[in-house]
Ligand binder design. Structure first.
Ligand SMILES: C[S@@+](CC[C@H](N)C(=O)[O-])C[C@H]1O[C@@H](n2cnc3c(N)ncnc32)[C@H](O)[C@@H]1O
Length: 271
């Protein structure tokens, strides 16, 4: 789940140039009365989910069918009976599942269109809310949350110390942040990541690992897979995640694939 899709392929995708460029059809309205670009200057539009929420839904359904990622997240920071925040919750795919065990769940999302989709998803579910916010601007009291999850959180990465400090502000003493990231070394997904990147995997992952290590994080690698129902679903998802030439080359080399092996890396920081 990288954010390196072909930015020229879709007029709704504003790429990593930031939310100022992400203003197609109504996106400039933040809802909730605020312009999200000024309210959340650290918001970076996600062209995969932001430009293609329906295809990203297919991606989330195909992700980790054995539940290994969730199991690792639980073992790092159990959330049964605890107050949980999903930071950068997108369309809220994971919120109902978290709500089965947590005492309360808050999805935080700066993108107003995604936030509306998340709010629709959790409508009527007790103990679950969706609120506008970003890593650097959390609408939460000091020491009010036990567990913060951030899945594919390119906004919590080397250089994002202000966001990390804000997350630590809202965590209770002993509370945990768990970040789900991509493994740049293991699995077929890592091969595609490498093909799409100008930097070698070792330099990317060593910078990420060092940043988290310096902030006291525990690192946990999880080997899993994407498993789709159809080849068409795999093709659609690869084409929102990678430049067309990279996706098409991998698909041509793997003509029978309806899934791929996928390595994840989790980082956990305890407040
Ligand atoms: C790759 S998507 C993942 C969405 C969701 N976590 C999931 O796994 O379904 C990244 C999400 O982070 C959000 N985002 C971007 N910048 C952010 C920031 N500074 N703080 C919090 N979320 C941010 C995007 O709008 C998007 O919803």
């Amino acid at each position: 789940m990288p954010v390196i899709a072909d930015e020229t392929a879709d007029e709704t995708g504003a790429g990593d140039s930031g939310p100022a460029a992400a203003t197609p059809g109504g996106r400039s309205s933040g809802g909730d009365g605020a312009d999200p670009r000024s309210a959340f200057p650290d918001w970076r539009f996600a062209p995969n989910i932001g430009g293609h929420p329906d295809i990203y839904e297919i991606e989330n359904r195909a992700l980790d069918p054995g539940g290994h990622v969730l199991a690792a997240m639980r073992s790092l920071a159990p959330w049964d009976g605890r107050a949980l925040v999903d930071l950068g919750c997108g369309t809220g795919f994971w919120l109902p599942g978290y709500a089965r065990d947590a005492s309360s769940v808050i999805g935080i999302e700066p993108d107003p269109a995604l936030r509306r989709a998340a709010a629709r998803r959790i409508h009527g579910l007790p103990g679950v809310q969706v609120r506008p916010g970003s890593a650097e601007h959390l609408p939460l009291a000091d020491r009010s949350v036990d567990v913060v999850h951030a899945r594919f959180a390119y906004f919590l990465a080397p250089g994002a110390d202000a966001g990390l400090a804000e997350v630590l502000r809202v965590l209770t003493p002993g509370g945990s942040l768990v970040v789900v990231d991509n493994d740049h070394h293991w699995g077929q997904f890592a091969e595609i990541l490498a093909a799409a990147s100008s930097a070698p995997p070792s330099s990317i992952s060593s910078a990420i690992d060092a940043w988290w290590r310096d902030r006291g994080a525990t690192r946990r690698a999880v080997r899993s897979e994407w498993r789709f129902e159809t080849r068409a679903d795999l093709e659609a998802v690869l084409r929102i995640e990678f430049p067309a030439a990279v996706a098409d080359a991998w698909l041509a080399r793997n003509p029978a694939a309806i899934g791929l092996t996928y390595g994840y890396v989790l980082f956990c920081v305890v407040a």
